[in-house]
Design a protein around this ligand. Structure first.
Ligand code: ADP
Length: 204
């Protein structure tokens, strides 16, 4: 009997997690994306959104009754207590939903949960292993500025708010080097994918 294998994929902001996850999806992995779950748990009609309105007021909604993420982002960027309150509403719901989706994966699946804040939130023990998308901070900064149209100061502040590159490397079981061009990714993903398939077989 082959059992499903559940691993996590992490990396700093704009390191290339989504890019790498797409390549694993092409090879057959079940991808569970925390960013998507964080949106799902605050959709209109959810308990999550109701709690946010209780805490922050209806001013955080846009005209359609959906969460105005940019507006809320500004509030929490300027107020650490507000940020923690928001996390306490969203994170447990994301974790619960992720656990459900991992459990729902077919027996022969390799599920890969994208968890940007894996090191910061201490959830790594729940996974059979950790895949890290790694790159030098200077290159990460360039890609973040380009993708999010940020100044260097804004991008640096976002990077400084996260775990360090060394902290991530310390927990990684498999490292995908994304310092080069996207063309350098497929063969690395193939190597890790082969190892994940072996891991799955050897555990069952
Ligand atoms: P994350 O999901 O970790 O935030 P993304 O996969 O969105 O990161 O990648 C961040 C940005 O960098 C995106 O605009 C993406 O297209 C780009 N990118 C990813 N890998 C590379 C690469 N090897 N070279 C150049 N740009 C890249």
């Amino acid at each position: 009997m082959v059992a499903a294998l559940s691993v996590a994929l992490t990396g700093g902001i704009a390191s290339g997690k989504s890019t790498v996850a797409d390549l694993f999806a092409d090879r057959g992995a079940v991808i569970i994306d925390s960013d998507l779950l964080a949106r799902e748990v605050v959709e209109p009609g959810t308990e999550g959104l109701a709690e946010i309105i209780d805490r922050f007021g209806a001013g955080v909604l846009d005209g359609d009754g959906r969460l105005n993420r940019a507006g809320l982002g500004e509030i929490i960027f300027a107020d650490e207590t507000a940020r923690q309150d928001l996390n306490q509403i969203i994170h447990p719901r994301v974790r619960a939903r992720r656990t459900e989706l991992i459990a729902a994966a077919p027996d022969d699946a390799v599920s890969i949960s994208i968890i940007p804040l894996l090191v910061e939130t201490g959830v790594r023990d729940r996974f059979a292993g950790i895949i890290l998308v790694d790159l030098p901070v200077a290159e990460q900064l360039r890609r973040l500025m380009a993708r999010n149209h940020m100044t260097a100061d804004q991008a640096q502040a976002r990077i400084r708010g996260q775990a360090t590159r060394a902290e991530r490397l310390a927990v990684a079981d498999w490292v995908i080097d994304n310092s080069g061009t996207p063309g350098n990714l497929p063969h690395q993903v193939d190597r890790v994918w082969t190892q994940l398939l072996w891991e799955k077989v050897s555990r069952s």
